[in-house]
Design a protein around this ligand. Structure first.
Ligand code: DQA
Length: 146
C-alpha cells in the first residue's frame, strides 16, 4: 500500500483558524494543522495535498479532482455541511471514499449543526476531537485503502 494520495479539503471560514472562536476551534492555524497532518500521514506512506476555499463551487471542483487524481478525501465542509446538496452530489459523483470531519462536536452545539446533508454520501463522519479528527480520519482511510 505505497504512496496513497489524499486530498484534505477545508471549507468556509476554516482559513481563520487560530483567530476564529478559539474556545471552540482551538489556537492552531490551518497551516499548522495541515503541516501536522502531512507529517503524520507520511509516516503511513500517505501523501496529503491540501485545499481550502470559502466558495461552494470551488469545493465541488476540488471534489471532482479527487475522482481523477486521488485515492480518497477528508472533508471539513464547514457550514456547507448543513445545507449543500451540491457538495452531497459531488461526493456521490466521484466514487472515491470521502470522510466527513469536524473540529468541534457538532451534535453538542446549535440545532442546525446536528443536520449533515453530506453525511449519507460519506463513508463515515468524525467530529469533536479538534485536529485529532483529521488524524483519526487519516488512520481510517489507511484501512479503507488497504
Ligand atoms: C465545523 C462545524 C461547522 O458547523 C461550522 O460551520 C464550521 C466548522 C467544525 O469543524 O467544527 O465552520 O465544520
Amino acid at each position: 500500500m505505497a504512496n496513497r494520495k489524499l486530498l484534505i479539503i477545508n471549507g468556509p471560514n476554516l482559513n481563520l483558524l487560530s483567530v476564529r472562536e478559539p474556545g471552540i476551534y482551538g489556537n492552531q492555524s490551518l497551516e499548522e494543522i495541515n503541516n501536522a497532518i502531512s507529517v503524520y500521514a507520511k509516516g503511513m506512506d500517505i501523501n496529503c495535498s491540501f485545499f481550502q476555499s470559502n466558495c461552494e463551487g470551488e469545493i465541488v471542483s476540488a471534489l471532482h479532482s479527487v475522482r481523477t487524481d486521488y485515492d480518497g478525501c477528508i472533508l471539513n465542509a464547514g457550514a456547507y455541511t448543513h445545507y449543500s446538496y451540491a457538495i452531497y452530489d459531488a461526493i456521490k459523483a466521484i466514487e472515491k471514499p470521502v470522510i466527513e470531519v469536524h473540529l468541534s462536536n457538532v451534535n453538542a452545539r446549535e440545532e442546525f449543526r446536528k443536520t449533515s446533508v453530506i453525511a449519507p454520501a460519506c463513508v463515515g463522519s468524525i467530529s469533536g476531537f479538534g485536529k485529532n479528527s483529521y488524524f483519526l480520519a487519516v488512520n481510517v482511510m489507511k484501512e479503507i485503502l488497504k
